[in-house]
Every structure is written in C-alpha cells, then in structure tokens.
Design a protein around this ligand. Sequence first.
Ligand SMILES: Nc1ncnc2c1ncn2[C@@H]1O[C@H](COP(=O)(O)OP(=O)(O)OP(=O)(O)O)[C@@H](O)[C@H]1O
Length: 445
Amino acid sequence: MASSRNSPSEALLRSLRAHVAPGTPVCAGLSGGLDSVVLLHLLATQREAHGFELSALHVHHGLSPNADRWASACEQLCETLRVPLSIERVHVERDSGTGLEAAAREARYGAYARASASVIALAHHLDDQAETVLLQLLRGTGLRGAAGMPEWRALPGTTASLWRPLLSVTRSELESYAKTQGLTWIEDESNASTAFDRNFLRLQVAPLLEGRFPGWKQAISRFSRHAGTSAALLEQAAREEGVDPGSPLAVELLRAQSPEARAHALRTYLEDQGLPMPTEARLAEMTRQLTEAREDARVRIEHGGAALVRHRDTVHVDRGPRGASPWNVPWAGEEEVALGADRGAVRFATATGAGIAERYTHDGTWHFGPRAGGERIRLEAERPTRTLKNLLQETGVPDWERGRLPLLFHGGALVWVPRVGVAAGYRCGAGEPGRVPEWFPGARA
Ligand SMILES: Nc1ncnc2c1ncn2[C@@H]1O[C@H](COP(=O)(O)OP(=O)(O)OP(=O)(O)O)[C@@H](O)[C@H]1O
C-alpha cells in the first residue's frame, strides 16, 4: 500500500498552524469510530503546546441498536483524554425522502451548527476524499463536485468553520497510529454493507485500484484540488459579471454571447440559492424561457421545491407561500425580532412622531405572521380600508416577495406591512414616542 508523505501528527500540525489561532475553541465531531478517535487523540496531544480550547461532540442518532454503546465509548475516551464531551440526541426523519444516511448527516450538521465552538473538526481522510470524488464523478458531477471536500470552509448559518485536517492521511495510516497509541474504537456495522455505493467502492473497487495504481487516492486528491481551483476561478468570473448571492439575477446575464457563459450564470445563481442542479438540457430550456418571454409576461418555472420567477428584467426564487406552513412569531417590544427560517428579522427603532405609537405596544398580544389572503388595512384615517393585495400591487412589491412579507398584528388587527406602512389608527401623533419597524429580509435568525 502506498503511504502518504504525512504521518497523522505531521498533517494535523501543518493544518493546525495554517488555520487555528491559539485560544480558539475547537470542537471535534466524535463518532467513536477509528477516524474521529484518532483525530481527538491528536488534538488532545497538541492542545497545550498550541493553546486552543478542545471539546468534543457526539451526535446520538438513535438509529443503530448499538447507539448507546457508541455514546458510552465516547464518554470513556473523553474522560481518559480529559476532554469535555457533549452528547446531543437528534431526531432523524426516517421518511425524509432523501435517504436515511443523508437525513442523519443533516441532523449532524444541525448539531454542529448549535455547538458553541468556532471550529468544528471532522476526521475525514484521504480514502474518504478519493471515494467522495469518485462517487461524484460517477454521478456526472461538475467541477465543484469534483473538488471534493475542502480542508476548511464556513458552516452555513453560523460564524463557525468546518475543519478537516486529516484529508491527506490514509485510513491505514490512521489505523497504525491508533494501534501504536493503544487506542480502541468501534466498527460501524453499516460499513460492511455493499448496498451503499460508498461501501461498494471501498470494499470492491478500491482493492482492485490499489493493486494496479498504488497512488490512486493521492492522484484523485490532486485532481480534486485542480478542479477546486478551476471552480473558484469560474465563480470569480461569474461574480465579476454580476451574479450576486444576495441579489436577484439580471436577465441580461442569461443573454450572454456564449451558451457556456449563460449556463454558468444560471448555475452559479441556482447554487447560491441552494437549489438543485438541473440537467444540461433543462438548464438550456430554463434559460430560453427566462430570456425569450416578453418583458411584461409572467414566467414561472417550478424547480427543486421552489420556483424561478421573472419579474421585469430580473429573476428571483419564490419559495412560497404555496404549501408553506403558517407561522407566528410573538413581539413583546424587543428591539429586534428574528423571524426564523429564511424570513429575516424586523428591527424597531425608537423615534418621536413616527412609526407605531409606543403607548399601544405595551398591551395585548402582538405577533408577526405571513399573508393568508384577504387582509385589509386602513392607511388613511378618513378613507376606507383597502385590500393588502391592491396595496402591494400599487407599491410594486414583486410577486415573489409578497409571500415572504412578515405582517405585524395586534390581536387580530393588521398594524404594519413592510413596504406598505402602519395602520392609521396606530400611527404616532406629532411629538409622541413611537417605534419604527424595518424588515431585513436577509438577516439570519
Ligand atoms: N455521530 C457523530 N457524532 C459526531 N461526529 C460525527 C458523528 N459521525 C461522524 N462524525 C464526524 O464526521 C466525520 C465523517 O464521518 P462520516 O464519514 O460518517 O460522515 P459524513 O458527514 O456522512 O461524511 P461523508 O460525507 O463522507 O459521508 C467523522 O470522522 C466525525 O468527525
């Protein structure tokens, strides 16, 4: 078997120096299997010399009959290494539609996001990387997929980062380390089933490759780094053209000269929005529909549980309200209310003679909720109430945004609508203290 140039300790040290400043809270994802047991041991060995804070997190999925055994093995190891351990029980949706493995991974990533460390260390190694890239290639991936797992990346929705310091180390090198150090670990019983594609590659394909091309894992990993660099350069080109993760996509970019540039702009936008990648043929069809319709025509393309909507000369993603469940977030006078999911936040500035009169805000129940249809609001004291639907049309709030608007209610009365205003009966008089709400759709909960 070919051995990588790095021992596990050398690989860890190099990556540690590159990414982790002294004093940083580092939390190791600990399954109790070989890889993460070695990672935790390596980190524990380095923590004093390098001066970072170390903790561990075991996510208890409750799926395997041995789940409790895994958790107690983690407890024992952490006690020996004197590393504080949290065990988080998660609920894995068996019928999530994405498969059990993916659902468990999603639940695990949710637990990482809730951990209070700034760095989450994971023990993926060179064999994992080679298998991941091969699987991606077999599924017909693009450059980004071929780039495999990065050593360091942000954990979405948090200020934390995911760190994989052992990507250059083979599994057999980890095993030698574990044996030398007298470490014990638990074998995952599901690793033996070739019903999973990854296990099939590991158990049946890898030994054949190993016999013929002993450096295949390193070679694939090198290729994945080239793919990653190329993907980053292409992304930079799309950004320079004006594809921006926080903004709608300009239809103009879909009219670019070359079909490759058009496809790339739409792909980058879909990726930014977290939507699945369509086939080439479907992507071309989407581009055609979005660009060829008349400017005032309504174009709506259902895709990946959401819809791409063209509004004048831009494209947006509409994620509801069709099928979206009703939601309700109370307001008890706070300066800022996070609305959850991807609904952003509302901030209340204090003012004199503007916004909602402060005196009304102390009584009764206030809450935010979505449009349900049929809402009315009186904006001018002497005029009749108007339907929200008409008001939104007049103010030019695009279709795709209407379903996302957070409405503020006092009991059953509609008091405030972003982009529309405050109901006349609640508005501040001159010189009176008031609260001026403002919606920040992109703010994270
Ligand atoms: N139950 C768990 N609790 C905490 N961390 C875990 C757990 N399972 C796995 N990890 C962490 O994730 C790393 C990778 O494990 P594994 O390959 O099983 O997970 P994965 O996220 O599904 O990765 P892949 O994308 O390669 O399938 C482990 O080395 C460990 O650091």
